[in-house]
Every structure is written in C-alpha cells, then in structure tokens.
Design a protein around this ligand. Structure first.
Ligand code: AMP
Ligand code: ZN
Length: 144
C-alpha cells in the first residue's frame, strides 16, 4: 500500500532494524521501544486489521513471535518475561494501520505496565458469561 510506513519498510524504502523475515512476515525493532528488544511482527501482505488476516497468517505471526521471544531470552537482552500485544482497530489504539504484533521484553523494575485500565472490574454472573460465550461460539468458523 502506497502510503503505509510498514509497507515502505517491507519494500526497503524506509530503514528498519530487521530481526526475521520469511515469505509471509517480517519482524523488526520498534522505533520507540518500551524496553530494549521491543519488536514488531508484521504480515508482508498489507491488511489494516488483524481480523482481516487469514487464519494461517494470523497464527504464523504468533509462531514467529514465539521464535523471537526465545531468541531474546537466549540473548544478552534483559528479559524475565514479555508482553505480546496487538491493537486491532483505531478504537483499540492502533496507530499504524498495517496489522502488527508487539513483542516487548519485560523485567523487574522496567517501569512498564501493559494491561487494561480498570484494575478491578466487576465479576459477571455465570449466566451472563454463558450467554456471551454462546453469542461468540456460534460464529466460530474453521476457515476464518
Ligand atoms: P500501534 O499503536 O499498535 O499502532 O503501534 C505502532 C508502533 O509502530 C509504535 O510502537 C511505533 O513506535 C512503531 N513505529 C512507527 N513507525 C515506525 C518505524 N518507522 N519503524 C519502527 N517502528 C515504528
Ligand atoms: Zn502496509
């Protein structure tokens, strides 16, 4: 896509510090890292939303993230755990509209916290949880 910064990185029109590349995806370091080693895994084919990726590509991003996290843990980069996060859609805080998965190493005292803003949300009754689960599960589709 012409005006997409991540497509420009894929096409080597913009610089990036690459970690990994295969036919389907690539990974490079985030330019504003929350911790050292903060990386992004992106599909090579431009899609704005995670939900628009096919099921295989979506799964592949996580497989590659798993590989990279293991590499980070084997390296000298400080990592005692990690946050994997993905904002799907502007309303969810996605700023670069080429779907991407964040990998951010974490360690005690890193001063970072990724999570939901409400620290103690209300507990739903089982009946309500079951109704919501049914609403979702009836639309689970093997293909997408
Ligand atoms: P999000 O808010 O999930 O859309 O995150 C977009 C991420 O892309 C941010 O963490 C940015 O720091 C990162 N980013 C933006 N431009 C670049 C770039 N040219 N190279 C590497 N990372 C970038
Ligand atoms: Zn793109």
């Amino acid at each position: 896509m012409k005006d997409c910064i991540f497509c420009k990185i894929i096409n080597r029109e913009l610089p990036a510090s690459f970690i990994y590349e295969d036919e389907t995806c690539m990974a490079f370091l985030d330019i504003h890292p929350i911790t050292e080693g903060h990386a992004l895994v992106i599909p090579k084919h431009h899609q704005e939303r995670f939900t628009q990726l096919n099921n295989e590509v979506a799964g592949h991003l996580f497989k590659v993230a798993h590989k990279i996290l293991n590499a980070i843990e084997d390296s000298e980069i400080k990592s005692e755990g990690a946050n994997l996060f993905l904002s799907d859609g502007t309303v969810a805080g996605q700023e670069v509209m080429h779907s991407h998965l964040h990998i951010a190493p974490t360690f005690k005292g890193d001063g970072q916290r990724v999570g939901f803003s409400h620290s103690d949300p209300e507990m739903f009754p089982r009946k309500r949880l079951d109704e919501i689960a049914t609403k979702i599960s009836k639309f689970i589709n093997e293909q997408s």
